[in-house]
Design a protein around this ligand. Structure first.
Ligand code: SF4
Ligand code: MG
Length: 323
């Protein structure tokens, strides 16, 4: 079974100048530093971590919106990192993105009909009449009335705007969608509706998702597997059940302990792991384990030796010297 997406040792380094005057030298921001995972067709892999950990950069690199500085990205059997812009063209149709802030991702001067049909027109896949019918079909798929076609983005609520963004992403019948915190900007009351819609669309259209989020509560129901990222690296990768029931990396445990429990009795009893210290800079990440400056269990080896992602069976890998 060839995975739809296979990412191997992916890297994104940005050069920066450091130091003063004569001691200035080039250093590298290691935004993504050796990330490996695959996504099976029809699967949802979630990428979770604090802002700046490299999760959006990873998603953008898979879509080739940002070119990696190292590593490979296979779409089925094609390494996208070796293709030029012309060769990428057919793949661009098959990969789309849903953005965090629906309003700013929609052109306020275009009607909803124009916004949704724009990709079809750009890729010359439809004339105006066929595009119009396709837009109506897409509006139906995302639960919007077809009279939306002649209205403008500001006339809609945040949740409806995100449905418009989803319809646009679906216009070209993609296989793969990067969902970059698609509900983070929405009212809590409508987050579940948008998640449900995305799950239904996935089932009906056979979509594959990379779902990016900064906390573990959001992705609980939508994920098949979850990868937890810290400072440019994956620290734990597991199927959903095993991750939520048996989180093994201290960072995952801390993230999970911050997820509120609805039952007040359980909430009062549970232990919180509070992380002290700031997220270190990705310019000079700590040597050894990158989490060592904040880990409650840090010991000597952690500061000198980098823990590698270790397969511990049952579809679960962890990078920690304690495991
Ligand atoms: Fe903590 Fe050490 Fe494990 Fe890193 S390797 S998470 S510092 S115990
Ligand atoms: Mg981001």
């Amino acid at each position: 079974n060839t995975p739809l997406i296979r990412v191997e040792n992916l890297q994104k380094y940005f050069p920066v100048m450091q130091g003063i005057l004569l001691q200035r030298q080039v250093a590298a921001i290691k935004a993504v530093d050796g990330v490996t995972f695959n996504i099976q067709r029809g699967e949802t892999l979630s990428l979770v971590g604090e802002s700046g950990c490299g999760k959006s950069t990873t998603g953008r690199m898979i879509l080739q919106l940002s070119r990696p500085t190292g590593g490979t990205i296979y779409f089925e059997n094609t390494d996208l990192t070796r293709l030029n812009e012309k060769e990428l063209h057919p793949f661009r149709r098959r990969m789309q993105m849903i953005f965090q802030d629906p309003y700013s991702s929609l052109n306020p001067r275009m009607t909803v009909g124009k916004i949704i049909s724009e990709p079809l027109i750009i890729h010359q896949l439809a004339n105006a009449k066929i595009a119009q019918n396709r837009v109506k079909e897409l509006l139906g798929l995302v639960g919007l009335n077809s009279d939306a076609i002649n209205r403008y983005p500001h006339e809609f609520s945040g949740g409806q705007q995100q449905r418009i963004g989803i319809a646009r992403a679906l216009a070209m019948n993609p296989d793969f969608i990067v969902c970059d915190e698609p509900i983070a900007a929405l009212d809590v009351s409508i987050q579940a509706q948008v998640i449900n819609l995305m799950q239904n669309l996935q089932q009906n259209l056979g979509l594959t998702y990379l779902f990016i989020a900064h906390d573990l509560s959001v992705v609980r129901h939508i994920s098949d597997r979850v990868a937890v990222m810290y400072l440019g690296k994956i620290v734990e990768l597991s199927d959903r059940v095993s991750l939520y029931e048996n989180p093994l990396h201290p960072y995952t445990q801390a993230l999970l302990s911050a997820v509120p429990i609805p039952d007040p009795e359980l909430e009062a009893k549970r232990q919180r792991i509070l992380l002290t210290g700031e997220v270190p800079s990705p310019v000079n990440p700590p040597t050894g384990c990158r989490f060592c400056s904040r880990c409650p269990y840090v010991f000597e080896q952690c500061r000198v030796e980098e823990p590698l992602l270790k397969d511990i069976g049952s579809n679960h890998s962890v990078a920690c010297h304690l495991i």
